[in-house]
Design a protein around this ligand. Structure first.
Ligand SMILES: Nc1ncnc2c1ncn2[C@@H]1O[C@H](COP(=O)(O)OP(=O)(O)O)[C@@H](O)[C@H]1O
Ligand SMILES: [Mg+2]
Length: 274
């Protein structure tokens, strides 16, 4: 059965309780080896509503992973505050799940055991078998539930990580260029799957990418992070239905507008002047 139809037929198991994430005047500095400070993010303010799929577009070294780490509670801002539903983020929380560039799975556990691991540790056992089965089926991984991670392709391993986050009832998925090491065909397939699951499940997603097409294909909002120090140069709403087509005129016009924001971000950028 087509994944979209299948996903829409499934009852939404978990109503997401997260309402709003807000960054207020957030800056992040790291010490440099010469004793100076590397200002990675400078006075960033924006908010994300429940159910948004925000793609964060920026160049390498521009602070995208740092931004996700701040949202996850893995690092603290040097100044300013990250709020989730009005409460400052102080620590990691299972309601915010992170997917990394490379899949992170425990190699001695099977696919099923990996997917349920976090829930077992937290004692979240309510219909766990059913939930695991539901999401493994949604990801097309039912036949691999007893397989070990070493026997999976990269794309399959990323799907396992996605299933793990969804089984853990994450309200917010933080995705750090999760498909950048996949081949073009797998990438395009898994992008479409993720959007279908998001449409059916209603979680909030913050998806980091350096690929302008991927940002516009997936996000209902695109945040441009650029320049040095890193600032928000635009926050565009992409009010287009899915699946999107890179060749259509509206897509091209979003692309043009977003690329012109990057040009602005790089005016006076010392990395590019030196
Ligand atoms: N823990 C850290 N300590 C020192 N510098 C860091 C640390 N994490 C990131 N940085 C620096 O912050 C900058 C942005 O890194 P990062 O957020 O990983 O960028 P991106 O994900 O956009 O490639 C880089 O210059 C990097 O060296
Ligand atoms: Mg990164």
């Amino acid at each position: 059965m087509n994944l979209l139809i299948y996903s829409l037929l499934l009852m939404r198991e978990h109503e997401h309780s997260l309402k709003k994430i807000e960054l207020r005047n957030v800056s992040k500095l790291f010490p440099r080896s010469d004793g100076g400070k590397n200002v990675v993010l400078d006075d960033i303010s924006f908010s994300i509503n429940q159910g948004d799929f925000v793609t964060v577009l920026g160049e390498s070294g521009g602070g995208k992973t740092t931004l996700l780490n701040l949202l996850a509670g893995l690092v603290s801002p040097t100044s300013g505050t990250v709020f989730v539903d009005g409460i400052p983020v102080k620590d990691i929380d299972p309601s915010r799940a992170m997917l990394f560039q490379q899949p992170v799975l425990l190699p001695w556990l099977s696919v099923k055991e990996n997917v349920e691991y976090g829930c077992r540790i937290r004692g979240d056992l309510d219909r766990l078998d059913y939930r695991v089965h539901q999401f493994l089926e949604m990801m097309g991984l039912s036949c691999f539930e007893n397989a070990k991670p070493s026997s999976l392709s990269l794309g399959m391993a990323q799907r396992v990580c996605l299933a793990r986050a969804l089984v853990g009832r994450a309200d917010m998925l933080l995705l750090d260029e999760p498909f950048s090491s996949l081949d073009t065909f797998t990438q395009s397939h898994i992008q479409e799957e993720l959007i279908n699951i998001w449409l059916s499940e209603g979680f909030t997603a913050v998806f980091v990418t350096h690929d302008v097409n991927e940002a516009i294909l997936m996000g209902n909002k695109v945040l441009i992070l650029g320049g040095y120090p890193g600032r928000v140069w635009g926050f565009y709403e992409i009010d287009e239905s899915y699946p999107r087509n890179v060749d259509c005129e509206r897509f091209k016009s979003h692309r043009k507008e977003i690329l012109s924001s990057f040009k602005k971000a790089h005016v006076g950028n010392r990395r590019f002047l030196s």
